[in-house]
Design a protein around this ligand. Structure first.
Ligand code: FES
Ligand SMILES: [Fe+2]
Length: 380
């Protein structure tokens, strides 16, 4: 029996709320539902194309250029306008008999389907097709391509599969406000990494939003708990995003205060912010450090609820500091500790003895926010 809204209800009041049930992390039906709800209506970072190492914005920089991309198993393509220079995104599926329209990087004022010659312009409009002259009531609205929301942000491309999605600028408003003085990234490092890790994608998002585990999983000596001033840890909850930030134990590991807005300054004690850890619902993290930006995506694998495709990109602002990220910001160590902890949680989830959990009101506000949003999005 698939899970019901009632079985997944997460109360607004953190003190009485229960977590999502364990079944929501293991059942293929629930994952299919998430793909059709949460992932269809949220802004998603477009993964880079395997056959071209350049960032996507470079690949569609010139007028009329187009490239095929894929998001969660759905074929799509990006298209730069021929007349207006605007970037657009479309399903990579012909409206005649569903052949893919763009098979590789290409450029031109129109594109022609390889199966029966239907032609579209760069705005997705049907232009012509042999054999269709005498067809009445043609073309219909659905014979044109559906334009999907797309946005370019800090040299990354984002897409939404819902044409009437909440605007990207609304979703990113608080994030942008925190970055007004942050220097832009200098370069994308060639260390893009994609690997499969154990556990449902939600376990990883939940863990990211969970400050409670830091004192345990990343414990002293030598853990993240040592590198930060844990007592200053702050979680800010917004509509589509969450910011977690903390002061560094050593000021030299923190941001230059002029890079951050006023509210992060600590003129009294001279403490400096260790990192801005931004989470964008449902599965993206943007981690700003004094060395640059680390981007993580916890991608679900369609049909396999117990696996996550982990995508990791890095952008450097300061190359010398970037080289020290494992030593001073414990990048690899924290990653390895989390991956290991969540593999253990996966075994617990499938034990048949995993009741719905409860939340510690002061320490688990991020996880509560996440569980609540999932339940709402899946059953709305
Ligand atoms: S499938 Fe594209 S023209 Fe027929
Ligand atoms: Fe962690």
């Amino acid at each position: 029996m698939p899970l019901t809204a009632e079985q997944c209800h997460v109360d607004d009041d953190i003190r009485t709320a229960e977590t999502l049930p364990a079944a929501a992390f293991v059942e293929p039906e629930f994952l299919a539902k998430e793909l059709d709800t949460v992932f269809r209506t949220s802004w998603q970072l477009l993964p880079e194309r395997g056959d071209d190492p350049r960032p996507l914005d470079e690949q569609v920089a010139s007028r009329g250029s187009r490239v095929p991309v894929s998001l969660l198993g759905r074929p799509l393509f990006l298209q730069r306008g021929w007349d207006d220079d605007q970037l657009r995104a479309f399903p990579n599926t012909c409206t005649h008999a569903w052949f893919p329209l763009v098979l590789g990087a290409d450029r031109g004022p129109t594109l022609v389907c390889g199966q029966h010659g239907r032609r579209f312009d760069c705005t997705g409009k049907f232009v012509s097709q042999p054999g269709f002259k005498e067809v009445p009531a043609f073309p219909r609205a659905c014979d044109h391509l559906t334009s999907l929301p797309v946005a370019s942000w800090r040299r990354m491309m984002f897409m939404n599969l819902e044409p009437s999605a909440r605007p990207f600028t609304d979703t990113f408003a608080e994030i942008d406000a925190s970055l007004v003085a942050m220097p832009p990234p200098l370069e994308r490092l060639p260390s893009a990494e994609v690997r499969e890790i154990a556990g449902n994608w939600k376990q990883h998002a939940w863990n990211y939003l969970d400050r409670f585990h830091i004192g345990y999983v990343h414990r002293p000596p030598g853990g993240l708990a040592d590198a930060v001033d844990l007592g200053s840890y702050t979680t800010e909850l917004y509509e589509d995003s969450v910011l977690q930030w903390v002061y560094a134990a050593k000021p030299e590991d923190g941001f230059d205060p002029s890079w951050l807005p006023e509210r992060f300054r600590d003129d009294k004690k001279g403490r400096r912010v260790f990192a801005l850890w931004w989470f964008v619902f449902p599965n993206l993290t943007l981690n700003f450090y004094p060395w640059g930006l680390s981007v993580n995506v916890y991608q679900p694998v369609p049909g396999r609820p117990d696996a996550t495709r982990f995508i990791w990109y890095q952008w450097a602002t300061d190359r010398a500091k970037h080289a020290e990220r494992d030593k001073r910001w414990l990048s690899s160590q924290v990653d390895a500790e989390d991956v290991d902890a969540l593999a253990q949680v996966s075994r617990g989830l499938r034990s048949g003895f995993a009741p719905r959990g409860r939340f510690a009101p002061n320490d688990e506000q991020g996880p509560h926010w996440f569980h609540k949003k999932i339940a709402r999005s899946v059953f709305s």
